[in-house]
Structures are given as C-alpha cells and as structure tokens.
Design a binder for this molecule. Structure first.
Ligand code: DX5
Ligand code: ZN
Length: 220
C-alpha cells in the first residue's frame, strides 16, 4: 500500500476549495503542489498566494515540489506559506547539502527530485539528509504526460541504495502515474504515488485515489 499525493496542478483553479475538500475527504495522504518558474522548466504554475489559499482548506500535509532555480532564496517563505515538505531538484542545486540542511532547519521534511536522466546513484552520499526522493517519471513541466518505463529500474536501484545506506528515505514517483502502472511501481519499491491527471480528470476522483492506494493488493 502506497501513500497517495494528488497533484493539484490538474485541479480546477476556479473551484480550488471544492477540490481541496475532495482530497480532504478522500483516502489521499498528502497534497502535492507543483511550483514552476518558467526557467528550470518550460512552464509557470503558481506561487505563494495559491499555496496559502490551499493551506487554508487542506487538512493534510502540503508536499511542495519546487521546479525552480535558486530554491535557497525562498525556503523560509515556502514554510510561511504552509509547506510541510519541500522538494528541490538535484539538477537545480549546486550546494544540495546546504539546501537540505536549510529545509530541515525550517522544520520541514526535505525532498530531492531527480529528472529522468539523473542516475539514482548520485544520491548515495546525501541520502542521510533526504526524507523523500521524488523520482520523475516524466520530464517535469506539465501534467498529463506519458509515463517513462525506465522508471521501474530506477526505483528498484534506489530502493537497494536506501537499504544499503540504512536511511529511512521514502521513494515518491511523479508523472504519468495511474491505475495501470501503480501496482508495478509499488512492487518495484515506490512508497508514495503522485497523480494529477489520473485523479482530477476521472469521473470519480476519490475512487481513483482509493484504487491507487490499494495498488499492491490489486496485483497480488
Ligand atoms: C510534473 C509535475 C507533476 C504533475 C503530475 O512536472 O511534477 O506533479 O502534476 O501530473 P500527472 O499525474 O498528470 O502526470
Ligand atoms: Zn510534482
């Protein structure tokens, strides 16, 4: 059984309170919020005012995924906006160790996201400071993209690395996750599934969340 983090990027922004309530009432575990700056990724999403608005409605932790350059400048600001967990991109951080310490220093869980081309082995010397590794299973920037199959191998290798290092790091998978690949992802070692399009474009979103959550059972 995996934790489920619906990505609000696919929510209806003119009915955000309603969509937050749906997530509150569902079996979802976290709210996943995607912040894009138009520099690190070729898209711009939302920033502090929207996160604050979601914080006002959400009754579950806010898992904030920063697809931005220079995240260090805004760590405290994201905490103040309501983030409980802050994930930065490996590819955007020259001094990742310092960044992760700063995130933890603001009493947030620290996450590192890796793009599809970034090998999991590069995290070996930093895992002890990482609460969550977000394995990108699409190139970040947009919801609704096609899942990259190579992700399974990366999850298996990362699970092994985490075991070898003895850390308690969770593996989160982000991009193109749906009920067709969830069970295999969990079996490969995923602890958290992010799903945007699969949840919010479904006729019955809470049901999809529930199915994703039971994914391991479905394959057994
Ligand atoms: C992509 C974002 C994802 C996205 C996932 O850059 O990081 O969180 O919202 O959306 P789906 O599940 O639609 O691929
Ligand atoms: Zn994301």
């Amino acid at each position: 059984m995996a934790l489920i983090a619906p990505s609000l990027l696919s929510a209806n922004f003119s009915a955000l309170a309603r969509d937050c309530d749906m997530v509150n009432r569902s079996e979802a575990d976290w709210f996943h919020l995607d912040v894009m700056d138009g520099v690190f990724v070729p898209n711009i999403s939302f920033g502090f005012p929207v996160i604050e608005a979601i914080r006002g409605h959400a009754r579950k932790p806010l898992d904030v995924h920063l697809m931005i350059v220079r995240p260090d400048s805004y760590i405290r600001r994201f905490r103040e906006a309501g983030a409980d967990q802050l994930t930065v991109h490996y590819e955007a951080c020259t001094h990742l160790h310092r960044t992760l310490e700063a995130i933890r220093g603001e009493s947030m869980k620290a996450g590192v996201a890796i793009n599809p081309h970034t090998p999991v082995q590069l995290l070996g010397d930093i895992l002890y400071l990482v609460d969550i590794v977000c394995v990108m299973s699409v190139n970040p920037g947009y919801g609704g993209q096609r899942f990259i199959e190579h992700t399974y191998e990366k999850i298996t290798a990362l699970k092994e690395l985490i075991g070898k290092k003895g850390s308690r790091t969770l593996i989160e998978v982000d991009g193109g996750v749906d009920t067709s690949n969830a069970a295999r992802l969990v079996q490969a070692g995923a602890d958290v599934l992010v799903a945007g399009n699969a949840v919010f474009s479904a006729p019955d979103p809470p049901r999809v969340i529930s199915e994703l959550r039971q994914a391991r059972t479905a394959m057994a």
